[in-house]
Write a protein of this length. Structure first.
Length: 625
């Protein structure tokens, strides 16, 4: 047999390289036409080929909760009814029975069925009673269609952070981040048994759910504050966010104009732009702060292990300063779990209102996003720790009212990236650019304004920015507040901004109060060990907890008290007695306390675990005051 020509062999391979993709494309197109309804086939075959529909039914999109388990995004099953006209035995056979069920006149239903459409939706989102009635009729050619629909109960509140979905796929915000979590975790029956159990009685829908650091009450406070400013949103964008300084956890994130994710299609594209992820010209107040910080960082003496008594520009080290900006998170490429798109870049910084150029601060960044600003400030206070703004806290599996941990999403941080002693001087540097609060809270507020512009078709489009940065407490902040008003134009922010200037500090007190309450509750009822700091309780005689200083500004205070006798008390009374002790409480069962660990009278130290077992009416009840 003669050997086969290499040329023919290559031609054969090339032919298959063309034929195989064509076959796959034709097959995929056929499946698409069938499942989409463009090609008429029996609906039983369409349901078989519609893999995505069956997948959605088996794996509905998880619920997104705030940190107190308030629903931010939920999926519910929507059932609709449609008819394949070619498969029905006759229009009269279905019009009469369906008229009463669908509450539609017989004349209107008949007109629709006699039209040119071969596959007709009769009703969408029918009730359970209507579904059961249609199933009982078992009419040929009449089918029920199930799908999961995303619903946002808070509408525009927190929309930029939560995001929205289309066809059950997240397109922005945390919803976009949830896509990757759902793809990563496909948990079977045996795998679920090996997961860490967090809660034994957590009512709600079974599935994989995402819990955020966002607090819905604080979010509403910020939304109400923005509404009270009564600013025209046509040419303005304005917002407020609140972040835990030591962890980067976002607890409030409000801005206007916003959008309703339930009907995002009707809003203009400008409403979806995240104000806090857009570069702004850095105000001089923050430039001075970062310049002084960089000089301090570059003048640390390794020989004496001390900072100098004074700093001078002549002793600067530009290489150290450039490294500092990377340490503080001002470089490009920073990713956030609630932002799906990179920021839009401005071209350069414009002249200020006096007509002169901004002062030269050498290596200090001239353009930063608000998220980069709060990141840099937080890291500077905490030794350059890799603090990153985030909102995802944990991803859990709920099954039969039991909750299991799939992934702890709390950001891992590495610290001590700044030279020793630098962070201790940060508060002084920032205080020089701001003012202390006049109320009972220990706060610091830094304000500033700037102008940036972009060039579009050789035309400069100016944006004027007015900023407020707040810290609580001022020396070692637990919370960072950031407020911003941006308006198109060169010098327009002087109008109607007095309320923003005068009332920004008013949001401190209610936010701090809410944060303190939630920290108390979480310290007692959180199923896993928390890294947040418990609030100090009051010392006193008797059973009141005592606060023992631990010798450092960043270490947790130590609570020492005796374990009370909780036998016979309700859960609510027991938790109230243990409030402020800094212990973690594990609850088993329901009713009244029948057993406790440790025993009454045992010395309790903050951080210890207390186990309370409850049963209904098993003991003689104590009188509760």
């Amino acid at each position: 047999m003669a050997p086969r020509s290499r040329l023919r062999t290559r031609e054969g391979k090339r032919r298959w390289l063309v034929v195989v993709p064509v076959i796959l494309a034709c097959t995929g197109g056929l499946v698409f036409l069938i499942t989409s309804g463009y090609l008429e086939v029996p609906d039983s075959l369409r349901r078989t080929l519609s893999f995505s529909t069956r997948l959605d039914q088996d794996l509905p999109r998880g619920i997104i909760y705030d940190r107190s388990y308030k629903e931010l995004a939920v999926s519910y099953e929507r059932v609709s009814v449609y008819v394949n006209v070619r498969e029905i035995e006759g229009i009269g056979a279905i019009v009469t029975p369906l008229t009463s069920i669908l509450e539609e006149s017989e004349e209107d239903l008949r007109k629709r069925l006699e039209g040119d459409t071969l596959r007709l939706w009769l009703a969408r989102d029918i009730t359970q009673e209507q579904e059961d009635a249609i199933k009982a009729l078992d009419l040929k050619g009449v089918f029920l269609h199930r799908e999961h629909v995303r619903y946002y109960p808070n509408q525009e509140i927190g929309a930029h952070l939560v995001g929205f979905v289309e066809e059950d796929t997240g397109l922005s915000g945390v919803e976009y981040y949830l896509n990757s979590l759902q793809t990563t975790y496909r948990i079977g029956e045996q795998q679920a048994q090996k997961l860490t159990k967090l809660e034994e009685s957590q009512p709600g829908t079974d599935g994989q759910h995402l819990i955020l650091t966002l607090d819905l009450r604080i979010q509403r406070l910020l939304e109400d504050y923005l509404s009270s400013l009564e600013l025209d949103a046509e040419n303005r964008r304005y917002g407020v966010m609140v972040m835990e300084a030591s962890s980067g956890a976002i607890i409030g994130y409000a801005q206007k104009p916003s959008f309703d994710p339930n009907r995002f299609q009707i809003f203009p594209q400008n409403n979806f732009v995240d104000l806090f992820n857009q570069p702004m010209a850095l105000p001089d107040e923050l430039k001075i702060y970062f310049r002084d910080l960089s000089l301090l960082e570059s003048q640390y003496s390794e020989e004496t292990a001390n900072l100098p008594w004074s700093i001078t520009a002549e002793d600067r080290q530009l290489g150290v300063q450039l490294q500092l900006w990377e340490k503080l998170g001002t470089g490009k490429g920073q990713r956030y779990d609630f932002v799906s798109e990179p920021p839009e870049l401005s071209n350069r910084v414009a002249k200020d209102q006096t007509g002169t150029m901004h002062r030269d601060f050498e290596t200090v960044p001239v353009l930063l996003t608000p998220l980069q600003i709060v990141t840099a400030v937080a890291r500077s206070f905490y030794d350059g720790s890799t603090i990153t703004p985030h909102v995802a806290d944990r991803y859990v599996l709920r099954k039969n009212q039991s909750e299991f941990l799939l992934e702890d999403l709390e950001q891992e941080m590495s610290g001590n990236n700044l030279q020793p002693g630098v962070s201790a001087e940060v508060a002084k540097l920032l205080s020089a650019q701001g003012k202390k609060g006049s109320g009972p809270l220990d706060t610091l507020t830094v304000g500033g304004e700037s102008i940036s512009y972009t060039s579009v078709n050789k035309k400069k489009i100016f944006t004027n920015h007015r900023m407020k940065l707040g810290l609580h407490p001022a020396q070692n902040p637990e919370l960072i507040f950031f407020g911003l008003v941006s308006e198109n134009g060169y010098r327009v922010l002087q109008r109607n901004l007095s309320r923003f200037e005068q009332t920004f500090e008013d949001i401190y007190a209610p936010v701090v109060a809410r944060q303190n309450v939630i920290k108390h509750l979480m310290s007692m009822m959180e199923p896993r060990e928390l890294k947040t700091r418990n609030l100090r309780g009051g010392g006193g005689p008797g059973g009141e907890p005592q606060v023992i200083p631990t010798g450092g500004t960043k270490r947790k205070p130590l609570f020492i008290t005796k374990m009370p006798d909780l036998t016979g008390l309700s859960l609510r009374k027991s938790l109230r007695i243990l409030q402020g002790t800094g212990v973690t409480v594990t609850v088993k069962g329901s009713g009244r306390v029948v057993r406790q660990e440790p025993e009454p009278g045992t010395v309790l130290v903050s951080g210890a675990t207390v186990i309370i077992e409850l049963q209904p009416d098993r003991v003689e009840l104590k009188a509760e005051k």
